[in-house]
Each structure stands twice: as structure tokens, then as C-alpha cells.
Ligand binder design. Sequence first.
Ligand SMILES: NC(=O)c1ccc[n+]([C@@H]2O[C@H](COP(=O)([O-])OP(=O)(O)OC[C@H]3O[C@@H](n4cnc5c(N)ncnc54)[C@H](OP(=O)(O)O)[C@@H]3O)[C@@H](O)[C@H]2O)c1
Length: 310
Amino acid sequence: MISNTSHPEPPVSSELPRRSADAVRFTAVIGYPLAHSISPRFQQPAFDHLGLPVRYIARETPPEELPAFLTELRGPQWLGVNVTVPHKEAVAAAVDDLSTEARLIGAVNTVRKEGGRLIGHNTDAAGFLRGLTDAACDPQGVSALILGAGGAARAVAVALLQAGARHVTVANRTVSRAERLVANLAASFDAAHLAAGPLQAEVVRPALQGAELVINTTTVGMAHGPAAAAAPLAAALLTSLPRDALVYDLVYNPAETPLLQAARAQGYRTQGGLPMLIYQGAASFELWTGQPAPVELMLAHGRQAMAERE
Ligand SMILES: NC(=O)c1ccc[n+]([C@@H]2O[C@H](COP(=O)([O-])OP(=O)(O)OC[C@H]3O[C@@H](n4cnc5c(N)ncnc54)[C@H](OP(=O)(O)O)[C@@H]3O)[C@@H](O)[C@H]2O)c1
């Protein structure tokens, strides 16, 4: 079993400038490519709202430039950084220490600086759980089916298992990836029932029949992705799901994915990916500043940014 060794957070970051007369500090989202990121659209208003002299920028970082950026990040002008695809695993390997979640997930989406040291965190797990709470789904004792086995699936699985999920099945197009994920999880969560299989009807149907929660963590249904108009499950398969189950799609562009459309049409409760995106960002904000994030304001700005895209 895992031990809880998370780092106690000081109440207010010592890296944070206190007055607007102080030198501006920077935070950023790094990734490659980055054109899709709306993080600056909801993070900057949060810093502005609290009157903090911090600028949040999108810093497109090709993989070959990552080592130089991480050196730069140690400089006093940087407060911390958000990390997105494809750097989450590489940053986890490069920082000075990891939070419990980041270690279990094997990926970092937030770097917080503590006295010049880079500490890697993963706030996707907390963001996912907060979205679940919004949808009135208690993960304690739940049976869940996760579609996909990439980075987001790892964060979702760790979040669910830390929160006491009873049964987690991972179904993925590439079955070996699902099996690897489940084998890794089994090393840390030996009390839960874990299963892996291909994203095919004969595996998915029985898992759906016993599930209270289905989460799409694949890129299927994502605008501009390779399968934008598709759903990861055939609509006819969804009928196997109990009537009171929740269908949660991590894809946030579009807000209403083909999977969510099909689920809603059949009367299921649904949750989209935008709240999780905002909540993981709010958790990053709190790690950097030690202050409560203005979550409603961030949500409003996030919704506005997405509405302008659709
Ligand atoms: N809302 C949020 O805050 C949030 C946070 C993180 C991620 N996300 C979203 O979650 C999604 C996944 O992100 P990720 O970082 O996990 O990506 P990733 O590591 O690249 O994993 C992609 C997953 O999608 C599957 N996939 C891709 N194309 C497929 C297809 N045509 N049919 C079936 N499966 C397919 C892959 O299966 P194979 O293994 O077979 O390739 C893999 O399981 C993205 O849409 C991302 O925007 C949202």
C-alpha cells in the first residue's frame, strides 16, 4: 500500500512578490504545440483579481528546449510553471522532488518552487475529483470504467483509487498499454479490483453493466483530433450502463462531445472536461500563491475562452 508522504505546503509561497511595486514574476504553461491552450485566459485574470504582480504566459517549448527552460525556471523571475503534453513525464524525471500524486501518476503538470528547488505536482487528479463532486458522484466504493490508458487515464485512475474506488477497469485500443497501467497501479493499490482489456464490445459491455461511472480519457471526440466526430463507445453499448450512472468526458473542446451527446440522449447524467481543466489550474494557482483561487472567476473566463473557439 502507498504511504501518505505529501509535502506539507507553507501557507503562502515565499517565492511570491507581495506588492505591486515588487518585480513582476512569471508563470507559464509549457508544451508543444501550445496553440490550443486556454490556461492563460483563466489564470491571468485570477492573478489580476488578487492584485498579484504575476504574468502567466504560454511558452511553446519544443522537446529539445526543455532542459534549457528548466534551468531558466530556477531563476528568481519564475514563480512556477504548468506542464502539458508532451513534457509531463520528462519534467517528472527532471525536478528535485515529487508530490505523492505526481510520483504515483509518473507525470507532473505543475512545478512549484520551494527555496530554489523544483517540486513536481500533479493537480489533474484533484481537478478530476472536484469535477466528480460537482456531478454528485462519490468515488468511495465506486466501480468505474476508464476508456484510454494514456497520461490522463493514469491521473484519473490514481485519483479514483486514492479516493477509495472499489473496482477500476481500463479499456484501451492498445491493450498492452492498459495492461501496463493496471500492473503499475496494482503495485500501489492492492486492495482494489483492477482489470485491463481492449476497447471492444465484449470487454466493455460487462464492465459497463456493473459500473457507476464511465470516464473517457481518450482523444476520441476532441475537436481537430484524428477522431473528432466519433465516440469511444458505440451508442448501443451505452445502454448496458445502469440508469443512474455518470458519463464523464475529459475532452473539453467541444463542451458537448459525441459521447456526451449520446449519453444525454439516453438519459444518463454527464460531466464534461472543462470544470476539471479549470480546477486543476486553480489547484496550481493555490500551490504557487498559497491563497484560495477565485474559482468562479476562472470558470467564467474558461467558458468564455471556449465559447470564442466553438
Ligand atoms: N479536462 C482536463 O483537464 C484534461 C486533462 C488531461 C487530459 N485531458 C484530455 O484527455 C485526452 C487524453 O489526453 P492524454 O494526455 O491522456 O493523451 P495520451 O497520453 O496521448 O493518450 C491518448 C489516449 O487516447 C487513445 N486514442 C487515441 N486515438 C484513439 C482512437 N482513434 N480510438 C481509440 N482510442 C484512441 C489512445 O489509445 P492508444 O494507447 O491505443 O494510442 C490513448 O489511450 C485529451 O483529449 C486531453 O485533452 C483533459
